[in-house]
Design a protein around this ligand. Structure first.
Ligand code: MRU
Length: 332
């Protein structure tokens, strides 16, 4: 598997996710500006991956002699929906306040993300039976994290346990994270998979072709509402109608108890160009009006369970578990 994020002690190397799977090329970030640009332009994407990247960005910015508050604000403003970004920056700010070594702290966040993903995978795989056809959306794999993956991590452990599984991958218009990244990752892992267009998911569910749905998350509100890639809400409504379980695989760093409900989550709106073009090829006139929200919110009631590093919870149990395990501290 390709390493999504590499740190050599001086620079951050990010696999360029805009070019995968056809071109495997790393982008080098030497300072805060380059890290912010890489997050903004989607060189790196996926909630945990941008959190880890921001941790190294914070270290680089402070090393450049910049004001830590300025560095934090600049990083947090790159993308508004995924809360892991703020979570990682807050941890770095805490480390600075406590006089800790910032480079070591960023590395700790990186390695912790991988071990957390493995735990999520182990809990989630218990839900998967041999013979399952699984549906996933967007990319919640190694590329969206420091490595291993959340939703794909669950699939990965089930596959390693020799369960005979098959995955339907939503292509995830407009940015095609499913087609370009998830299918690529599953192929690398040797997991049987089939790519479908997003609007085919309902048909497959109606034909009894889907047993289980697992996706990632960008932010989970206090009441258990889940913001994830646009299209997740439609899947959840369809899954509910067809009686198919829909699980969210996410670390506790994606849980945001300061956001009461999903309504309060800021949804990033991206450039209309992403809809007017498909991988750089224009499909409609530049004048065509488009609307491009990058995420949607799935109400807690439509989520069967949330697979975390500490076990599987109902969305409404998350807040209580968060306080039980972390005592309200942000060191989750
Ligand atoms: O816009 P992206 O590609 O950053 O969106 C990513 C997603 O929505 C993922 O599903 C989510 O971050 C979970 S990643 C483990």
């Amino acid at each position: 598997m390709i390493d999504p994020i590499l740190w050599d002690g001086e620079t951050l190397q990010l696999i360029d996710q805009r070019k995968l799977p056809l071109i495997k090329e790393y982008v080098t970030c030497r300072g805060l500006d380059e890290v912010c640009e890489a997050i903004r332009n989607m060189t790196v994407r996926g909630a945990p991956a941008i959190g880890v990247t921001a941790a190294f960005g914070f270290y680089l910015g402070v090393k450049e002699g910049l004001n830590p508050e300025f560095v934090a604000e600049k990083l947090i403003s790159t993308r508004p929906t995924a809360v892991n970004l703020k979570w990682a920056v807050d941890r770095m700010k805490g480390a600075l306040k406590n006089g800790e070594n910032l480079e070591e702290k960023a590395k700790e966040i990186f390695f912790q993300d991988i071990s957390i993903n493995i735990k999520i995978g182990e809990y989630g795989a218990k839900l998967i039976e041999s013979g399952f056809n699984i549906l996933t959306h967007c990319n919640a794999g190694a590329l969206a994290t420091a490595g291993y993956g959340t939703a794909v991590g669950v699939i990965r452990v089930a596959h390693e346990q020799k369960k005979d599984i098959h995955v339907y991958v939503d292509e995830t218009r407009p940015y095609l994270q499913g087609a370009r990244l998830t299918a690529f990752e599953l192929n690398e892992l040797g997991v049987k998979n089939t790519l479908i267009c997003d609007n085919m998911a309902g048909y497959l569910m109606s034909k009894g072709m889907i047993d289980f749905i697992v996706v990632g998350a960008d932010r989970i509100a206090k009441n258990g509402d889940v913001a994830n890639k646009i299209g997740t809400y439609s899947l959840a409504v369809l899954a509910n109608y067809h009686g198919i379980p829909l699980y969210i695989a996410a670390p506790f760093s994606t849980f945001d108890p300061t956001t009461e409900t999903g309504e309060m989550i800021r949804i990033e709106e991206r450039d209309a160009k992403e809809i007017r073009e498909i991988v750089g090829v224009k499909i409609v006139e530049d004048t065509q009006k488009c609307f491009n929200p990058a995420f949607d919110v799935t109400p807690a009631v439509l989520v069967t369970g949330i697979i975390t590093e500490l076990g599987i919870f109902k969305p409404c149990e998350l807040f209580e578990s968060y306080y039980k395990f972390f005592g309200g501290k942000d060191e989750c």
